[in-house]
Design a protein around this ligand. Structure first.
Ligand SMILES: Cc1ncc(COP(=O)(O)O)c(C=O)c1O
Length: 490
């Protein structure tokens, strides 16, 4: 079937609903804004409140009709090159939960990158599956994880022939791409599905100058966050899959289990509109964004003490591609941490970044940025670099030493699910060696877990975490973020 990608069936239905002017005896209680508190009305505006309805509230009908949503999803399936798509209102997070629950049951092994997004851990806890890790290298200068290699996937599959699937992240948070075609070939040769967490790549499919997207490269399923880099509103994502190696009926049930039963129709309408925009104008829009980002990168790299990550940085064999619209910027050479840089940009220049860590800030450039916006960014950095010149040494210390000797994965004593439900208690970090962790511990940088639930804690891990605590690294996951104690299985 071939659709006209200019059509927007769901966006049209939502606009029709508003234009018709129904008297609502359905959710939400504010009744299309009429009863909403004044300041909320001011915040959202009448046009938005008048379509703040859940799917059953009349945009289709109350007989659980899903014709329009399915039609919009089928347009998206064609646009992203899959057999079936699902619009998600709980982010790519819920797409990953759905995929893990579809592909793995209790005790099943699944091959995943060690730096998988935390939604993967929840997927493992929900399903009872056991992870087999692919370890990405870390770039010591930038403190960021690189990608995983097809050779590593091959070795893991040879060692774990019963594994149920191979997952990778591509592109990474910093825009680095895996050799997707090679990993797909390795997974398919072993007879298992290949899934890509493409949360940061909803745009790739639509512009030939961007890295190849997962479905083109042979993935069986992928999840993309339409809210991250294209025009879906926050929380919207798309899950896509091919029928050959994935049970689409089961995946459909899992999607239903992981989504709200009251999806907001504005979310669906925004995914529909974002898909249409990409399918009809994506190449042109992203070419413009690539040029803007490249201009910014070149200008930033000319400033003393400022570095902006680019393609040339990666000689590592396993980094197959780079999304030039992601700007990872370091002012470390000026003696400022990423956090301090973030604060300076926000307070002194009114520039809000996507993320910061001890070494870098990360910024997204899209078709939504005007050249004036990019010039403002470069001018802010120029001013900042000028002000900081000669002050080097004032900022936070680089955790370079720590990055160079991350401890080895020990062994999975219990599945993440068993560890999560086991009785556990907090123990002083110094006494944790030989115990089994009940929680995940991920220091930033580089954002790769040092421990997951169910893993044996070694002397080396304790020493590393003590060092990380002293260096003041930000740690995600544990109950005690100061790392004075860890939660261990009783
Ligand atoms: C690699 C990766 N996967 C999945 C997710 C989850 O995406 P969402 O925020 O759409 O739930 C994120 C979020 O940042 C991510 O970075």
């Amino acid at each position: 079937m071939s659709f006209d990608q200019r059509d927007t069936p769901y966006l049209d239905a939502v606009l029709r609903y508003r234009a018709t002017g129904y008297t609502p005896f359905h959710t939400p209680g504010h009744k299309l804004g009429k009863g909403a508190p004044e300041r909320l009305r001011g915040l959202l505006g009448e046009p938005c409140l008048q379509v703040d309805v859940a799917m059953a509230g009349g945009v289709e009908d109350t007989r659980e009709s899903t014709h329009l949503i399915r039609l919009a999803e089928d347009h998206a399936a064609e646009a992203w090159g899959s057999d079936r798509c699902w619009f998600l209102v709980n982010g790519s997070t819920s797409g990953i939960h759905s995929l893990v629950l579809t592909l793995c049951g209790p005790g099943d092994e699944v091959i995943i990158p060690r730096n998988a997004h935390k939604s993967m851990l929840a997927g493992l806890i929900f399903s009872g599956a056991v992870p087999v890790y692919l370890e990405p290298d870390v770039d010591p200068l930038w403190g960021i994880p690189l990608t995983v290699s097809a050779e590593a996937a091959h070795r893991a599959l040879a060692k774990h022939p019963a594994a149920r699937a191979v997952f990778v992240i591509s592109p990474t948070y910093n825009g680095l791409g895996t050799d997707l075609g090679a990993v797909a070939a390795v997974a398919h040769a072993a007879g298992v599905p290949f899934v890509t967490d493409q949360a940061w790549g909803p745009h790739l499919r639509f512009c030939p100058e961007l890295p190849v997207d997962a479905m083109t490269a042979g993935a069986d399923a992928a999840v993309v966050s339409t809210h991250k880099l294209i025009s879906g509103i926050t929380q919207t994502s798309v899950l896509m899959a091919r029928a050959e190696r994935i049970n689409l009926a089961r995946l459909d049930s899992m999607v239903a289990m992981t989504q709200s039963t009251s999806p907001q129709v504005l979310m669906y309408a925004s995914i529909d509109a974002a898909r249409q925009q990409m399918a009809t104008r994506g190449a042109e829009l992203w070419r413009g964004a690539i040029q803007q980002a490249q201009w910014a990168r070149d200008e930033l790299n000319r400033l003393p003490g400022i570095r902006c990550l680019g393609e040339e940085t990666f000689t590592a064999k396993c980094v197959a591609s780079f999304d030039p619209t992601r700007l990872t910027i370091s002012s470390h050479d000026l003696g400022h941490s990423g956090y301090e840089l973030e604060t300076a940009l926000r307070d002194d220049y009114r520039i809000a970044v996507e993320a910061a860590d001890p070494l870098n800030v990360v910024l997204n450039v899209t078709y939504g940025d005007s050249h004036a916006d990019i010039e403002k960014l470069v001018a802010a950095f120029r001013d900042y670099a000028g002000r900081r010149a000669g002050l080097a040494g004032g900022g936070s210390a680089a955790p370079a030493g720590l990055l160079a000797h991350a401890p080895e994965f020990t062994r999975q004593v219990l599945s993440p699910r068993e560890a999560f439900f086991a009785s556990s208690g907090a123990l002083p970090l110094a006494e944790c060696s030989g115990r089994v962790s009940a929680e995940m511990v991920t220091p930033y940088p580089p954002g790769i877990p040092v421990l997951g639930p169910g893993e044996a804690i070694s002397d080396e891990i304790v020493a590393y975490l003590q060092e990380a605590a002293t260096a003041g690294l930000k740690v995600h996951g544990p109950e005690d973020r100061s790392l004075q104690s860890l939660r261990v299985v009783a």
